[in-house]
Design a binder for this molecule. Structure first.
Ligand SMILES: Cc1cc2nc3c(=O)[nH]c(=O)nc-3n(C[C@H](O)[C@H](O)[C@H](O)COP(=O)(O)OP(=O)(O)OC[C@H]3O[C@@H](n4cnc5c(N)ncnc54)[C@H](O)[C@@H]3O)c2cc1C
Length: 299
């Protein structure tokens, strides 16, 4: 690594530059997947578009690798690198909602929990990941599967525009009418076409929903899975659910003697008429003996 790389970053950027001499370097270099063990020369906590432009240009000038980190949930650890610069959006995560146009603009580091919190205040939502700690960036750029996808499409289908810093350090808007080819690539191409500093989404009227999770014995997996497959194929688009396998968590609605046991799980949502919520869920409570369930009205 060239000696002047860190001084250049510190002089030219406003956000914090975390290097191996900093006490929190060991935390700053971690991503969600703890098997990924990389040591960047610097993690830059960008404070705005200027910092992103600066970091991209400095990486070019010094010929070092550049990684971009939104929520850090990439299983392969693409949000970090060895010996290069990490653009970390953790401090750049505000969400602005325009209820009149039903649109929200979110900075590159927003996570779904914060995004949902902001839009729920206006009784609106868009399709986001199941885990609130996930970044909005990674899922949107690679597709984005969530509870609202059956009715409203993937996260990338709801992307209306993006502000992007491309490899030469210039800033562009990508949308259906501006830089259309870049916009096309951003909706599924992953984090390969530039650094997205903000995302603009279409919102939908989704407010209180009837949602939750049901745990079944692992021995009933086949019955539950076959029912799930048939039911979802013809269920109204307002109902959506995911089937999976989980260790039984230590939740109060699950019997303590079964905590830690592998189980079959259905998690889902009804966003239609609230009066129909219980009836829409009932088939999943009847299909096999339920170990524990938490299905209720919630934001
Ligand atoms: C526990 C868990 C639950 C998950 N649940 C879902 C789910 O419900 N639905 C779903 O669709 N996926 C899900 N995923 C997959 C997840 O959405 C992807 O791994 C996604 O890429 C993570 O995005 P991130 O921003 O959190 O991660 P990061 O690791 O920060 O980024 C992922 C990729 O996007 C790039 N990137 C990040 N920010 C930007 C930016 N601002 N501009 C350009 N490129 C950027 C990164 O360089 C990297 O290549 C889940 C993953 C985990 C670990």
């Amino acid at each position: 690594m060239p000696d002047s790389l860190i001084p250049q970053l510190m002089t030219r950027l406003q956000g914090r530059v975390i290097t191996p001499v900093d006490r929190d370097y060991q935390i700053a270099r971690l991503v969600y997947n703890n098997l990924v063990d990389k040591r960047p020369a610097a993690t830059v906590r960008v404070s705005g578009v200027d910092d992103v432009v600066g970091a991209v240009r400095i990486a070019q000038e010094f010929g070092v690798d550049l990684a971009i980190r939104g929520g850090g949930h990439s299983a392969s650890g693409f949000g970090t690198c060895d010996g290069g610069i990490v653009i970390d959006f953790a401090d750049y995560d505000r969400v602005r909602v325009n209820p009149v146009t039903a649109r929200a603009r979110a900075e590159g580091g927003a996570r779904w929990a914060g995004f949902n919190h902001a839009t729920h205040a206006f009784g609106m939502a868009t399709t986001g990941g199941l885990d609130g700690a996930e970044g909005i960036a990674g899922p949107t750029l690679s597709g984005g599967i969530g509870y609202l996808a059956r009715k409203y499409g993937l996260s990338c289908d709801n992307l209306l525009s993006a502000e992007v810093v491309i490899a030469d350090g210039t800033v562009h808007t990508a949308s259906a009418i501006e830089n259309e080819d870049l916009f096309w690539a951003l909706r599924g191409g992953g984090g390969n076409f530039g650094v997205v500093t903000s995302f603009e989404y279409r919102l939908h009227p989704v407010d209180m929903v009837h949602a939750g999770v049901i745990f079944y014995s692992i021995d009933d997996s086949r019955t539950v899975a076959e029912f799930y497959r048939e039911h979802l194929a013809s269920a109204p688009k307002e109902f959506s659910a995911f089937l999976g396998f989980h260790l039984c968590p230590a939740a109060s609605y699950l019997p303590s003697e079964r905590h830690g046991e592998p189980m079959c799980v259905v998690a889902g949502i009804w966003i239609g008429d609230p009066a129909e919520g219980e009836a829409r869920w009932q088939p999943y409570l009847d299909v096999a003996p339920v170990v524990g369930a938490m299905v209720q009205r919630m934001p």
